[in-house]
Write a protein that binds this ligand. Structure first.
Ligand code: FE
Length: 214
């Protein structure tokens, strides 16, 4: 079987946020689809190991921030490669509370949902949400999953539904010079040396967190 075929399915890039008692939780997702318009219903696929998954099950409410092509990569590093269990991801990321759910300012639209059903698969939960509120539309282009990979050179967190073996992605990304890999997020930087002031554009780690892979 060739997993590249699944890469031809189209996806966006989103931050899914929710309440965690007195705090907030959130993580990156790429599998969000609209199911119906009467009523407006959407589906989000999220790995069961994600702390945000546990929090959504408790409060039965979540928000979707739709990232755009200009969204700061620090947003992806923060929400895609760290856990809300140990980090307050919203501390350094601009957001506003809408119906008590934090929504990123740096987005091109948001959707607030109440959970009406949750279907368990072997690894992921499919949260079905009825839309309570949506807004924040602007003219920015939504970030597609392909744009994230091909233009921003982003990598896939291990819990994403679309995760495939890392070696497949590395084979696809670059073809020359030395390759340095971020130990935290897997971002690959191509150069003879990494500048001392270099910070990973995906997760913000310093040059010392990069290892030479070839
Ligand atoms: Fe990184």
């Amino acid at each position: 079987m060739d997993p590249k075929i699944l890469g031809n399915l189209s996806y966006g890039v989103y931050v899914i946020s929710t309440l965690d008692q007195e705090k907030y939780a959130g993580c990156l997702a790429n599998s969000v689809i609209q199911i119906s318009s009467k009523p407006y219903t959407v589906l989000v696929s999220m790995h069961r190991d994600n702390y945000t998954n546990v929090c959504i099950k408790k409060c039965k409410k979540f928000g979707i921030s739709i990232l755009n092509e200009e969204t700061d990569l620090n947003v992806i590093g923060t929400f895609g490669f760290q856990s809300s269990k140990s980090v307050n991801k919203f501390h350094n990321i601009r957001n506003q509370l809408i119906q008590e759910v934090p929504i990123l300012t740096d987005s091109c639209g948001y959707i607030i949902c109440s959970v009406v059903d949750a279907i368990e698969t072997s690894t992921h939960t499919l949260f079905i949400g009825e839309v309570e509120k949506m807004g924040g539309y602007n003219e920015k282009s939504p970030m597609t999953y392909r744009y994230y990979h091909e233009v921003l050179k982003g990598t896939t967190p291990k819990n994403a539904p679309t995760y495939i073996e890392q070696k497949n992605e590395e084979e696809r990304v670059f073809k020359s010079k030395k390759k340095w890999k971020c130990k935290v997020c897997g971002y690959i930087y191509e150069a003879e040396e990494i500048p001392k002031d270099f910070l990973c554009p995906i997760c913000g780690q310093p040059h010392t967190e990069f290892v030479l892979i070839e």
